[in-house]
Design a protein around this ligand. Structure first.
Ligand code: HEC
Ligand code: HEC
Length: 463
């Protein structure tokens, strides 16, 4: 059965973020906006361009009141996101790891970031970008999408959810993880509540969530999670679609020959085949490409022996089947699977893959091109024998992806040569937000950009 676009079921299937007041406001008022190109994006943009509803009332609130509540909670969520006092150490905010200057990804080239009470506890996964998460669907074991040649009966397998293993579905739920993690913010609901009571925004917090919200640690903590989840849905900040590639798709600029060749190689099923997972074309409904189909896939990334957890030879980060995710434990077909990340803004990163093993796009590209033709370049060689897929026990190898460029064997020609790798990287560089098609010449005023609608993040980002 095909769900009508914009039915609540369609929305909740489509979005990993339906929990917040934003979604509530959208369900009440913004549905008409869903029919416009851009699904989640235009739905959220419906906030800034209110559409008329029959009576302008929802749950006793006027449209203006709903929008004002979302605005207040967004502003609070932003302050919370940048506030290190929420952490046990008093030194770490969300923004410490999710740097606004790096598309809310890691600010440095460390494999994994440090946190905890003494700020010296290492995690074991690379920090993902927080941009373009609005289009991640809620986790499902069987994803059917009408974008597959119009055939909804095609099962794309496990898809969606937030974090590398898709274990939570909303920004609010997710925020609980780093706040309580012993190697991240190492906090507690009680500590978070007392930090908010002492914060300069305590009164604004009561105004937005109720006069007594800070009297109860649990209620205060839940409100903090909600506000952060709402902030993460701010369109201009988190999904502005201002890359050169977006301008190119809109016909406002052209790609250089190298970028154009890179795009072709990226799309070509016999070459990079990248677009089979990192979607590069607008969806059938016209929404811009997210550069991920959000599928959970095993690509067999080498073990990162620099990680502390990996000093134990029995430890394996198996992604969807554990250890962080627990509901699919014992389901062998989920072992080694990690959610395909978006490649938007990937050129701003210095750490790649779930375990942070690589530090340049060149290294990542060579892995794709030569994983199967020259495995000795990536995996340990013991007594002359390559130990391929050394971060995944052999009983799970059936889960590994073998689509091009992973369809080769030693002796075959790699799918991409060095020139082609350079071209793909040139193309990946067009996916960075903030491109200005008509770059102003000195002395001329720049045209206002969509992100100017929101307050600059750098002010709060002085950590
Ligand atoms: C110590 C570094 C660190 C801090 C601090 C931190 N994060 Fe993260 N964040 C990570 C890592 C690592 C992951 C991936 C976790 C995983 O896959 O298990 C992640 C994942 C996420 C995701 C999921 C992204 C995706 O692609 O699905 C969101 C959303 C997020 N963090 C938001 C936050 C918020 C909100 C805060 C503050 C409350 C925060 N983070 C604090 C390191 C950090
Ligand atoms: C079969 C699906 C698939 C194909 C094909 C594919 N990727 Fe990926 N890509 C993934 C998955 C899954 C990950 C995360 C793997 C992990 O960390 O374990 C990933 C990660 C990446 C990353 C690291 C991003 C980050 O934030 O760490 C880059 C860069 C990347 N892919 C680029 C490409 C390029 C370029 C191609 C084509 C040459 C390509 N991918 C082909 C699924 C795919």
């Amino acid at each position: 059965m095909k769900l009508p676009r914009c039915s609540p079921a369609w929305l909740s299937r489509r979005l990993a973020w339906p929990a917040g007041a934003l979604a509530a406001a959208l369900l009440c008022f913004g549905l008409a906006a869903c029919d416009a190109p851009g699904s989640a994006m235009s739905a959220a943009d419906g906030l800034s361009v209110p559409t008329s509803s029959k009576d302008g009332q929802a749950g006793g609130q006027t449209r203006a009141q709903v929008y004002e509540a979302v605005r207040q909670k967004t502003a609070l969520g932003k302050q919370l996101f940048f506030d290190p006092s929420l952490s046990g150490s008093g030194k770490q905010a969300c923004a410490t790891c999710h740097s606004p200057a790096h598309a809310f990804g890691p600010p440095n080239a460390l494999d994994v970031q440090l946190g905890g009470a003494d700020m010296r506890q290492p995690g074991f996964r690379a920090v993902p970008t927080l941009k373009y998460l609005q289009s991640v669907p809620a986790f499902t074991e069987h994803f059917h999408d009408s974008d597959d040649e119009g055939d909804e009966s095609i099962d794309n397998g496990p898809t969606g959810g937030l974090t590398w293993d898709g274990r939570v579905d909303t920004g609010a739920e997710q925020a609980r993880i780093p706040l309580l993690s012993p190697f991240e913010m190492h906090s507690s609901p009680a500590h978070v509540a007392s930090a908010v009571r002492a914060a300069p925004y305590a009164d604004a917090f009561r105004a937005a969530f109720g006069a007594h919200v800070l009297d109860d640690d649990r209620a205060a903590f839940d409100a903090v999670l909600e506000a952060i989840g709402i902030f993460e849905q701010t369109p201009g900040t988190f999904y502005p679609y201002t890359s050169k590639y977006d301008a190119y798709l809109a016909g406002r600029t052209t790609l250089t020959p190298a970028e154009q060749r890179g795009l072709q190689l990226f799309d070509d099923e016999r070459k990079g085949n990248c677009a089979s997972c990192h979607l590069s074309k607008p969806a059938r409904d016209g929404s811009p490409p997210q550069f991920s189909d959000f599928g959970l896939i095993a690509v067999g990334v080498p073990r990162n022996r620099a990680l502390k957890v990996n000093q134990d030879p029995r430890f394996f980060d198996l992604g969807a089947c554990g250890p962080e995710r627990t509901d699919l434990k014992g389901r062998d077909e989920y072992c080694g699977l990690f959610r395909t990340p978006t490649l938007r803004n990937v050129a701003l990163r210095k750490t790649f893959f779930h375990n942070g093993i690589y530090h340049s796009l060149e290294e990542v590209m060579r892995f794709y091109a030569e994983r199967d033709t020259n495995p000795e370049k990536f995996y340990p060689v013991v007594k002359g024998k390559v130990r391929k897929f050394d971060d995944l026990p052999e009983r799970y190898w059936a889960n590994l992806n073998t689509d091009p460029p992973f369809d080769r064997k030693p002796g075959d020609k790699p799918a991409l040569n060095e020139t082609e790798i350079k071209d793909i990287i040139a193309f990946l560089n067009t996916l960075t937000d903030g491109y200005e098609p008509d770059a102003p010449v000195a002395g001329h005023e720049a045209a206002p950009r969509s992100s100017d609608r929101e307050p600059a993040l750098t002010s709060a980002g002085s950590l």
